[in-house]
Design a protein around this ligand. Structure first.
Ligand SMILES: [Zn+2]
Length: 314
C-alpha cells in the first residue's frame, strides 16, 4: 500500500500557506481535508493509486523472468517447460490485465501452476482466489501471512477492520517457511521471510540466465512503514519493530544484480523500462540502486521508530 496521508498533508500545507489570510477558504480547505481523511478508505486509496489498474507493457527482464504487472502493481512471470510461476494476483480488476500481458508475450495464462505473493495486502493478493479458480494453480504463502490470506484480510494486524482491505478468503496449498525453495521445471525461487510490513512479508530471490551470464534477482516484499503503523506498544503485533530490524538485516545480506519489488515505484520501473530498448538488460542491473533503496528505507524506519519511542502514546 502507498502512503496517502503524507500526500494529503503536503497538499493541505501548501494550500494553507497560500491562503492563510482568507479565512473562508481556510474553512473550506479544512472541511475538505476532514472529508478526505474520514471518507471511505477504499475511495481514498483508489484515488491515490489510480496507477494500480493502469496497463503497462509486458516485457522480458532476463532469461525466463518477465514483467506482467500494471504501472503501479508489480507482477512477475517465471516461465518453464512445465508451466509457469506468477508472483502476486493484485486486485480483481487486474486479472484481465495480467492475463492480457501473459498472452501478448506468447504464454498461456492457464499454464500458471504456482501462485506466490509479496505479502498479504489486498493490492497484492485480493484476486488470488480468482486466479486459482481460472488456472488451478497451487497457492504458496509464508506461514505468518497464511491466516490473513485464508481470512480474506480479517486477521491483518492493521487493516483487519477496514472493509476496502478485505477480499475473498483463499485457501493456501503450501505453507512456506524462511528459506524454502519453490521449484518448477528447472526454476528455483527462494522465499526469504522479511517481516514488519506484514508478519509474513516475503522477499523472493532467483537466478536469471541471460547471454551466458547469471544474475542475482531480488524481488522486495515491502520495507515500508505505512501511515498509522504502531512500532511501539502494538498489542496486535508486539514484535513489529524487531521484525523490521530483521527484515533490513536480511535485505542487506542478499546479493543483488537485478533489483525488483512489489511496486514498480520501488525500483523506478518507468525509467528503467524506457532505457530497456537502448540498453537491454543493463537497464535493470542496478546493485547500487538496490543498496540505496534499502538504506533509505531503513533510515525512514529508524526515524519513525525514534519518533514513536519519544512519544509512545501518540
Ligand atoms: Zn502492503
Amino acid at each position: 500500500m502507498h502512503p496517502v496521508s503524507s500526500v494529503l498533508y503536503r497538499i493541505n500545507k501548501l494550500e494553507l500557506h497560500n491562503m492563510q489570510k482568507n479565512w473562508l477558504s481556510l474553512w473550506i480547505i479544512l472541511v475538505g481535508a476532514f472529508v478526505a481523511v474520514i471518507g471511505s478508505a477504499g475511495a481514498v486509496y483508489a484515488q491515490a493509486n489510480a496507477d494500480w489498474t493502469e496497463p503497462f507493457p509486458p516485457f522480458k527482464i532476463a532469461g525466463n523472468l518477465y514483467y506482467v504487472g500494471s504501472k503501479g502493481l508489480a507482477n512477475y512471470l517465471i516461465t518453464t517447460p512445465e508451466g509457469h510461476i506468477l508472483i502476486n494476483s493484485d486486485l480483481e480488476e487486474n486479472v484481465s490485465l495480467i492475463r492480457a500481458s501473459i498472452e501478448s508475450l506468447g504464454f498461456k495464462f492457464t499454464d500458471i501452476k504456482i501462485l506466490l505473493i509479496s505479502h498479504a495486502h489486498w493490492d497484492h493478493n485480493a484476486a488470488s482466489d480468482t486466479i486459482k479458480k481460472l488456472t488451478g494453480a497451487k497457492y504458496m504463502v509464508m506461514e505468518a501471512d497464511v491466516s490473513v490470506v485464508e481470512s480474506g484480510g480479517k486477521t491483518d494486524f492493521q487493516y483487519g477492520n477496514v472493509p476496502a482491505a478485505r477480499y475473498t478468503p483463499t485457501k493456501v496449498d503450501r505453507v512456506l517457511h524462511d528459506g524454502d525453495e519453490v521449484r518448477l521445471g528447472g526454476a528455483v525461487l527462494v522465499a526469504h521471510l522479511t517481516p514488519g510490513h506484514t508478519k509474513g512479508c516475503t522477499t523472493w530471490t532467483m537466478k536469471a540466465q541471460e547471454a551466458g551470464q547469471t544474475y542475482n534477482v531480488v524481488i522486495i516484499g515491502s520495507p515500508n512503514v505505512n501511515p498509522g503503523y504502531r512500532l511501539v506498544n502494538n498489542a496486535a503485533y508486539p514484535t513489529i519493530a524487531a521484525d523490521y530490524e530483521k527484515m533490513f538485516r536480511v535485505l542487506k545480506s542478499l546479493p543483488c544484480d537485478i533489483f525488483l519489488g512489489a511496486h514498480g515505484g520501488y525500483f523506478d520501473l518507468e525509467t528503467k523500462y524506457a532505457r530497456l530498448k537502448k540498453s537491454g538488460l543493463a537497464a535493470f542491473v542496478d546493485p547500487e540502486g538496490y543498496k540505496k533503496f534499502v538504506t533509505d528505507k531503513e533510515q525512514a524506519f529508524k526515524t519513525e521508530l525514534a519518533k514513536q519511542r519519544s512519544a509512545p502514546g501518540k
